[in-house]
Design a protein around this ligand. Structure first.
Ligand SMILES: O=C(O)CCC(=O)C(=O)O
Ligand SMILES: [Fe+2]
Length: 281
């Protein structure tokens, strides 16, 4: 896939080997995206997490894949089937994407293959899984797959590391929310007739390759396109840099999760008592 032409003054900073203090002062606390290098060289995942690895070890595991541009078109497939789809020579224009695979719920051993960078202390690591599952996902997708314009869950911050492939990112600061049409715009090919206010938006961009980690600060809008077949991992965090912004949105995410869980159990119980299994409470 052709790389998008990006003027150099619109690229996010790229920094090597930052200390925790440098990162906090220059990026974490002010909330500024950055591309970080010199962090993941020693991760076993860098060599290990190939498509063949996922097919070999998790072949039968069921995952949900979604059409990149229409997230309500979803399918349940086995990981093996999805890797076969991804490697097929015939490629789709709007491919299916394995986004948000919450891998550590089923395969905690994968956590040994990488180390959360010291720059991203995460208080959410101490939240028990029954309260809220970890905000930690693997993304696997072919060239042209991607994620539309959005803000991450609950005003959390996030880091994203690529194991293979190349991603193109566009970022918009939180004060541009009024131009974002709630994420309906394609930031890489905007329809200005439909979304005229987007003309005022001032994107900054990144091209991310293996060995590079992107920091997305809380409240920043971003859109991502995989320019090549990609395997990546991301974790969202709350810590001293974003606690004030994230805590109430995070609490409401937990409440919604707990409500859905409770409804799920009540339906099961009702199904057992009344020997029926419909979906209403
Ligand atoms: O890689 C992608 O498709 C989306 C990544 C993303 O939005 C994130 O890490 O927050
Ligand atoms: Fe995101």
């Amino acid at each position: 896939m052709d790389s998008f032409e990006i003027p150099p003054d619109k690229m996010i900073d790229k920094r090597f080997n930052l200390s925790v203090e440098e990162f906090d002062n220059e990026y974490g606390k002010p909330g500024k995206p950055v591309l970080l290098t010199g962090i993941m060289e020693k991760w076993p995942a860098s060599q290990k997490w190939t498509l063949e690895f996922f097919k070999t070890f998790f072949n039968e595991h069921t995952v949900i894949v979604k059409r990149s541009s229409k997230r309500d078109e979803q399918y349940e497939v086995s990981l093996g089937e999805y890797v076969d789809y991804l490697l097929k020579p015939e490629k789709e224009e709007d491919p299916l994407y394995l986004a948000d695979w919450n891998f550590s719920l089923d395969f905690p051993e994968l956590l040994n293959d990488y180390k959360v960078p010291d720059l991203f202390g995460n208080w959410l690591h101490y939240v028990p899984r029954v309260v809220m599952p970890p905000l930690r996902w693997i993304y696997i997708g072919p060239a042209r797959s991607g994620t539309g314009l959005h803000m991450d869950v609950a005003m959390t911050g996030a880091w994203n590391a690529i194991l293979s492939g190349r991603k193109r990112w566009a970022f918009f600061s939180p004060d541009q929310t009024g131009y974002m049409y709630n994420g309906a715009v394609n930031a890489f090919a905007p329809d200005y007739e439909k979304y005229p206010l987007f003309k005022n938006a001032k994107p900054i961009y990144a091209i991310q390759k293996p060995g590079e980690i992107i920091f997305t600060p809380s409240g920043w809008w971003h859109q991502v396109i995989n320019e090549e077949d990609c395997v990546s991992i991301t974790e969202n965090f709350v810590n001293h840099t974003n606690f004030k912004r994230a805590i109430f949105p995070y609490l409401s995410t937990v409440c919604k999760y707990q409500k859905d869980l409770l409804l799920y159990y009540l339906r099961q119980i009702r199904g057992k008592i009344f020997k029926r299994n419909d979906n209403e409470v």
